[in-house]
Design a binder for this molecule. Structure first.
Ligand SMILES: N[C@@H](CCC(=O)N[C@@H](CS)C(=O)NCC(=O)O)C(=O)O
Length: 237
């Protein structure tokens, strides 16, 4: 399997955490993609040109991180699925997964629209920033240090590390977002929770470790080509 993903080391992606928790990280060939830099294009295997995208050995390309994590979890060689079996608990876990993934989506929107005109941009932030605050408030309130680590938690690590990475540094100036914003100071339970979960091997394995492979556009192109060749090969079988 190949995992096309952005190797930003200060961001602990839930796909990487899940693959490690499932004990199958060594079955995955990581392929670095920076979707916003020149030369990286995975549109032939994902119409949205988004990472993460996972491709299987027959060329099948799976995208949408929620589908990818569920697939990786199903391959687990450990007896520790991140998806609780009890339906009520599972549904709540999926709600928490959505809570964190939506926070991530909002954060990417905040960083990726710097070119709005003066007034319009403020309106845009006025619309999005309260959602960031209210989701953090819910997460802080729901923090449970005794719960078995699940996919909702993996997504929360993902969203919080991204938040820490980009706000306020990569979010263009705004009167609405405090220039010294630090969720760790304002959401003490979340801070405590993060300190505890980040001791897990699945997080320590990638978090804050620079990518040491080939992250050139040429390498990305070569892997996309290989996937397309596999798709042709398996189509004719
Ligand atoms: N809903 C998608 C979101 C993934 C996503 O937003 N990826 C960003 C990471 S920066 C991306 O690849 N953006 C490239 C683009 O939008 O062109 C998922 O969960 O997989």
């Amino acid at each position: 399997m190949k995992l096309f993903y952005s190797p930003i080391h200060a961001f602990a992606h839930k796909v990487l955490i899940t693959a490690y928790e499932a004990g199958i990280w060594d079955k995955i060939e990581p392929v670095a993609v920076y979707p916003f830099r020149e030369g990286y294009d995975i549109t032939p295997i994902n119409p949205y040109n988004k990472v993460p995208t996972l491709t299987l050995d027959n060329g099948y390309a799976l995208y949408g991180s929620q589908a990818i994590v569920e697939y990786l979890d199903s391959l687990s060689i450990n007896d520790n699925s991140l998806y609780p079996k009890d339906m009520n608990i599972r549904i709540d876990t999926l709600r928490r997964l959505a809570l964190s993934d939506t926070l991530f989506d909002i954060l990417t929107q905040l960083t990726l629209d710097p070119d709005y005109g003066e007034g319009k941009r403020e309106k845009f932030i006025q619309w999005l920033w309260p959602k960031v605050i209210s989701s953090l408030t819910v997460m802080d309130k729901e923090t449970d240090l005794n719960r078995n680590f699940d996919i909702g938690d993996a997504a929360q690590v993902h969203a919080l590390t991204y938040l820490e990475l980009i706000v306020p540094e990569y979010v263009p100036n705004s009167d609405i977002i405090p220039s010294n914003f630090d969720y760790k100071k304002n959401y003490r339970n979340l801070d405590k929770w993060f300190k505890q979960v980040s001791k897990r091997e699945s997080i320590k394995f990638h978090y804050q470790k620079p990518f040491d492979g080939d992250d050139s556009p040429e390498n990305c192109k070569r892997h996309v080509k290989q996937v397309l060749e596999l798709q042709e090969l398996y189509k004719s079988k």
